[in-house]
Write a protein that binds this ligand. Structure first.
Ligand code: BDR
Ligand code: CA
Length: 332
């Protein structure tokens, strides 16, 4: 690693894989985590705050400010993902309650303060519904002058997860996602197409679980979490111990952009009611279509859309940072 660490802020709904993302962000020497803002998504926002503080404590992180944000999307009701992330939204691991308390300012205030106070432009990494970010952009548009870029986990080029076409974070608050896309800063979309591919092999997960170091052990336990709705334990009792990095992959792509292949493409969020609501419509056509030829095309924001990922590179990067052994990383 060369140069100064990249100042980053994570906006999350911790969340099993948000927790993996936080662990990586506090441990990778190329990143300086300046603040964490919390939003309703995988669980209710007060629980997100508790989970976030717990993870930072378990990671032995310094007192990074954590703030409570929006308790519901701009228009929709809260639709948690407890069926995936467990009753506490973070895998029901029975971790001790945090000793720290959140900042005495709300998430939008903290985001504004930390972005504008940073001596170098900040990379904002939302790994959750985009409600806080939309409120920030609408309340304090001046923050964009000190944002280097936004790398968000959300959307899908191909298949959705919340619906056949919509990814959870965008589906949860489509209007907020549309506001994000209109921000006049460079935006990278780390969508389901790459999100679902970065899997840590079983042997590494087992090693993490057995670590004597609390942060690494927590990573192993989080990676072992299974979606109770879909997971069927195999009859041999051994099972597949591998685990997905999920949101943490988006943070890996900030620490090591070369592991993510992106294409600059027009993206639009479908805001209409009905089965396609929350879909990210990514225009991958190689040439103008009928609408363009007939002068009916509308201009869409251009995003750097993640289309391919070097899985092995990000797995090694993650393990090296979380286990504290930079020799195994791609940049160390
Ligand atoms: C996203 O939704 C949440 O369940 C995960 O934390 C991730 O941010 C995936 O669709
Ligand atoms: Ca998340």
């Amino acid at each position: 690693m060369t140069g100064q660490p990249i100042p980053v802020i994570i906006d999350c709904d911790t969340g099993v894989d948000d927790a993996l993302a936080l662990l990586f962000a506090v441990r990778h020497p190329g990143l300086e985590l300046r603040a964490v803002s919390c939003v309703a998504g995988n669980t209710f926002v007060d629980q997100v705050v508790l989970n976030t503080l717990t993870v930072l404590e378990q990671a032995g992180a310094p007192a990074i400010p954590v703030a409570r944000g929006a308790e519901r999307p701009l228009i929709e009701p809260v639709r948690t993902a407890h069926h995936v992330h467990g009753r506490d939204g973070m895998g029901d691991l029975g971790l001790p309650a945090p000793r720290r308390t959140p900042a005495d300012v709300d998430a939008v205030t903290l985001l504004r303060r930390e972005i504008l106070a940073s001596p170098r432009p900040v990379t904002l990494i939302p790994t959750a519904p985009l409600t806080n970010i939309a409120l920030l952009l609408r309340s304090h548009p001046e923050v964009t002058r000190n944002i280097e870029r936004i790398v968000f986990m959300g959307g899908a080029v191909a298949t959705g997860n919340a619906t056949p076409v919509a990814e959870f974070n965008v589906w949860h608050d489509p209007e907020a996602a549309a506001i994000l896309l209109s921000a006049r800063v460079p935006i990278t979309m780390y969508g389901l197409d790459v999100f679902q591919r970065v899997i840590v092999p079983a042997a590494d997960v087992r090693r993490l679980r057995e670590s004597s170091e609390p942060g690494a052990r927590l990573a192993g336990r989080l990676l072992s979490h299974r979606d109770p709705a879909t997971y069927q334990a195999p009859s041999d009792g051994l099972g597949d111990a591998s685990g997905g990095l999920g949101d943490a992959g988006a943070v890996c792509s900030v620490a090591d952009p070369e592991g993510l292949t992106t294409h600059r493409l027009p993206v639009e969020v479908n805001l209409t009611p009905g089965p396609a609501r929350g879909q990210t419509i990514v225009d991958r056509r190689p040439r103008p279509g009928e609408a363009e030829l007939h002068g009916e095309a509308r201009e869409q924001p251009l995003l750097d859309v993640g289309l391919d990922v070097d899985v092995d590179r990000y797995v090694r990067l993650y393990l090296a940072a979380v286990e504290g052994d930079q020799c195994r990383g791609t940049r160390g």
